[in-house]
Ligand binder design. Structure first.
Ligand SMILES: [Zn+2]
Length: 260
C-alpha cells in the first residue's frame, strides 16, 4: 500500500546520501511545508534525476505522503528552474546556499506555512534577478523576515526597555539575550552598537522582499547587521548554526564569524 500520489512544487534544500545509490532529499514544498523524500537510485550514473535534485533547483515532485512514515518516497521529479541559471559569482551562490541551509535547519517538517513559502520564493526570485553586490542585503532581508515568521522579530523602532523611539538617538544597542534594541540611556554600555544610519539601512531591508530595490551594503553595515542577526538566532533558535556556505565568502579569515 503506497497510498495516494501527490504532486507539489518545491525548492530543493539539501540532498543526503542514503545507501549505495539513493538520496534523502529535503525540500520546501508549497502544499506540504518542508518535507523529506527518498529518491531511490538517484546516484546511479544513468539516473535522469541527478541534475534535477540539486539544492536550489525549483522542481515539481511526485511522491507518496504517509503520516505514519518518517520518510516519503519520491516517485518522479521534474525541473522547473535550475539554480545555476541565476548564479553569477561564488559570493552570490553562497548566499543562496546559506538561505537553503537556514530553511533546512529552522523550518518545522510537514507544517505548511504559505507565508514562509512566499518569503523563500520571493527571496529566490529576487536572487535570480539580482546581482552579486546586493545579495547580502537580500539575505539579511530574508533572515529579518523569517525571524518575524518564527515569532522572533526584532523591533527596530523603539527601545526594548523604556519604549523611547530609537530614531531620536545617534545609536542603538542590540541585546541578544532579550532579542531587542535599547536606546543609549538604557544600554549601560552593553550590547552591540548599531549606528542610527545602520539602523535606517536595516529598516530599509524589510522592504526588499516586498519589491524594493536591494541596496549594496558597505562592509561595516554588513558586519554590524549580520552580527546582530547571527547573535539573535544563536541565542533564540537552538537549531541555528551559521550557514556553512557563508564561509566561502570572500572576506578575511578574522572577520568570518561576524562578516556574513
Ligand atoms: Zn531606553
Amino acid at each position: 500500500m503506497r497510498g495516494t500520489v501527490c504532486r507539489d512544487e518545491a525548492v530543493v534544500l539539501r540532498s543526503l546520501k542514503l545507501g549505495e545509490s539513493s538520496c534523502i532529499v529535503s525540500a520546501l514544498s508549497r502544499e506540504h511545508g518542508k518535507i523529506k523524500v527518498v529518491a531511490k537510485g538517484v546516484r546511479r550514473p544513468n539516473s535522469p534525476l541527478t541534475g534535477v535534485l540539486q539544492p536550489g533547483n525549483e522542481v515539481e515532485l511526485l511522491f507518496y505522503p504517509r503520516k505514519d512514515r518518517e520518510l516519503w518516497t519520491l516517485s518522479e521529479a521534474s525541473l522547473v528552474r535550475a539554480v545555476l541559471t541565476g548564479a553569477g559569482s561564488l559570493d552570490k551562490l553562497s548566499y543562496l546556499l546559506a538561505a537553503l541551509e537556514l530553511a533546512d535547519r529552522l523550518l518545522p517538517e510537514r507544517e505548511p506555512d504559505a507565508k514562509v513559502v512566499a518569503v523563500f520564493r520571493g527571496y529566490l526570485q529576487r536572487w535570480h534577478e539580482g546581482g552579486s553586490r546586493s545579495v547580502a542585503a537580500l539575505f539579511f532581508a530574508l533572515e529579518t523576515r523569517l525571524l518575524w515568521n518564527l515569532g522572533l522579530g526584532i523591533n527596530l523602532d523603539v527601545c526594548g526597555v523604556c519604549s523611547a523611539s530609537l530614531k531620536e538617538f545617534d545609536a542603538a544597542f542590540f541585546r541578544p539575550n532579550e532579542g531587542d534594541l535599547s536606546c543609549p540611556r538604557c544600554s549601560f554600555g552593553k550590547g552591540q552598537r548599531v549606528s542610527a544610519e545602520e539602523l535606517d539601512t536595516w529598516r530599509d531591508l524589510d522592504e526588499i522582499l516586498d519589491g524594493e530595490e536591494a541596496m549594496e551594503l558597505s562592509d561595516q553595515q554588513r558586519r554590524r547587521i549580520g552580527k546582530c542577526l547571527h547573535l539573535h538566532m544563536s541565542y533564540h533558535l537552538p537549531q541555528y548554526r551559521i550557514p556553512k556556505a557563508l564561509f566561502w565568502l570572500n572576506v578575511p579569515n578574522d572577520e568570518r564569524g561576524a562578516a556574513r
